[in-house]
Design a protein around this ligand. Structure first.
Ligand SMILES: NC(=O)c1ccc[n+]([C@@H]2O[C@H](COP(=O)([O-])OP(=O)(O)OC[C@H]3O[C@@H](n4cnc5c(N)ncnc54)[C@H](O)[C@@H]3O)[C@@H](O)[C@H]2O)c1
Length: 426
């Protein structure tokens, strides 16, 4: 039974929008709108191709309508926008999806409607970019006729530990009364909320959370390059340093995806518009973007050092998504590594248990996957890039059985932690 009389329109039913729509529909009526007909058709059949939600949970629910028909939004008084916010080829914010979503919502805004943005943006975007579009289309006045809010998303795909029951949801609104109202809306599904003082504070909080993570990883990535040159084991150094009370452990690796590797550019963009040229944030991005070259360099050098012919070597690459335990390949640095190896004409078998298809397309390039691992020793080298739990559950013995007598096993995350000369890590 609906306890809440709001009718919520969720615009964009991806990784962020779908779980939100399902959770809100336990409390109130929800219209889930997406431009992608295939997505709507699959969701209507109870199928989430992102595998974030168990298909059985997308069951028929009389409070929830999935639709590709914009007019369905006409009954809504609260609109939550969860569309992508990528960057363009010059690393500038690409707000075309947000613009289109605002143009859609603008048509259905009525007096007292609330527009809430959840997409990650730069500080000021909701009020300086979205509001003018909403005002223009709806012919209503901001903060008089309709209101806005920003509530950043903290969903962490592939992570079932952090959920609606234990994360703190930051909320904000265009005035005190509305911020209380928006906070109440989110309190209906989140156990904990934090009311930020303004929309700009909430927008900034989201972007700095991801910048902090990007920079922490960048620092340890740079340290790993230096320590590698000095032939010192980075993981052992982190373990030793980690015994200090205020040392925070981060580990080297590839940073891809559509959040951590993208969001910093949203802040650096507004910084530049405001006549400040960011240094540390962009340096971190540079190092993290460089790591794919470091992986390839180290891998090829290890093969050469073991006197294996790079041209003839048969190689197995494991895990190709942008991070562990997700099937998302957008902006995957593991795929960038694969492409670099393929350009060098290396013979690769590519395996990822989370990708169901035999072939995937990534930026107009086809990548073929093997579906079964061999039981015999066929590989000169194995490169483990994204160690999903399903990869980690493969016994070490089985991995070693797939290797020839003379081999290289490069495990960039060091999860195997082997003490053999053939074993390489970042
Ligand atoms: N996925 C995450 O882990 C995560 C975490 C925190 C924040 N975010 C942010 O949340 C936002 C959404 O990310 P996502 O991963 O859910 O994206 P997504 O690509 O998985 O989903 C976006 C959905 O929006 C739809 N869409 C695009 N334009 C539309 C429009 N005008 N009208 C209706 N539907 C439209 C697309 O068809 C797609 O189904 C981004 O700003 C992202 O940075 C994502």
């Amino acid at each position: 039974m609906a306890k809440n009389k709001n009718i919520i329109g969720i615009v964009g039913l991806g990784y962020v929008g779908l779980p939100l729509a399902l959770e809100f529909s336990k409390k109130t009526k929800v219209i889930g709108f997406d431009l992608n007909e295939k997505r709507i058709s699959e969701l209507s059949k109870g199928l989430d191709r992102n595998s974030e939600i168990k298909n059985s949970k997308i069951k028929k629910n009389k409070n929830l309508i999935f639709s590709v028909n914009k007019n369905r939004l006409n009954s809504c008084n609260v609109f939550i926008v969860t569309v992508p916010t990528p960057i363009d080829d010059k690393n500038r914010p690409d707000l075309k999806f947000v613009k289109k979503a605002c143009e859609t919502v603008g048509v259905y805004l009525k007096k007292k409607s609330i527009f809430i943005l959840e997409s990650t943006v730069y500080p000021g975007c909701t009020e300086n970019f979205c509001v003018p579009i909403l005002e223009k289309i709806s012919k209503l006045k901001y903060n008089k006729d309709f209101f806005c809010g920003y509530s950043p998303e903290r969903i962490n795909p592939g992570d079932s530990k952090h959920n609606f029951k234990n994360i703190v949801k930051v909320t904000s609104g265009s005035n005190k009364k509305i911020s209380l109202k928006i906070d109440k809306i989110y309190k209906s599904i989140f156990k904990f909320t934090h009311k930020a003082e303004s929309i700009k504070i909430a927008e900034s909080a989201k972007v700095i959370e991801n910048i902090q993570r990007d920079l922490n990883i960048a620092l340890v990535n740079e340290l790993s390059i230096i320590l590698d040159k000095l032939k010192i084991n980075t993981n052992k150094v982190i373990e030793a340093a980690g015994t200090k009370w205020n040392f925070q452990k981060f580990f080297p690796g590839l940073v891809g995806g559509h959040c951590i590797s993208v969001d910093p550019y949203y802040l650096t963009h507004v910084a530049k518009l405001n006549k400040y040229n960011p240094k540390v944030i962009l340096a971190g991005r540079k190092i993290n973007n460089y790591m794919k070259f470091q992986v390839v360099k180290k891998f090829l050098l290890s093969i050469k050092n073991r006197k294996i012919s790079i041209k003839k070597a048969k190689i197995l690459v494991m895990g190709i998504t942008f991070k562990e335990n997700v099937s998302d390949i957008r902006n995957s640095q593991s795929i960038e590594v694969i492409k670099m190896l393929q350009r060098k004409k290396l013979k690769l078998d590519i395996y990822d248990p989370l990708i169901k298809k035999n072939t995937i397309e990534h930026n107009n390039k086809k990548i073929y996957l093997i579906k079964k691992l061999p039981k015999k020793s066929v590989y000169d080298a194995i490169l483990i890039l994204t160690p999903h739990d399903k990869i980690k559950s493969i016994p070490v013995k089985k991995i070693l059985t797939m290797c020839k007598k003379n081999f290289v096993l490069f495990d960039i995350k060091n999860y195997l932690n082997l003490k053999i000369k053939e074993y390489i890590k970042l």
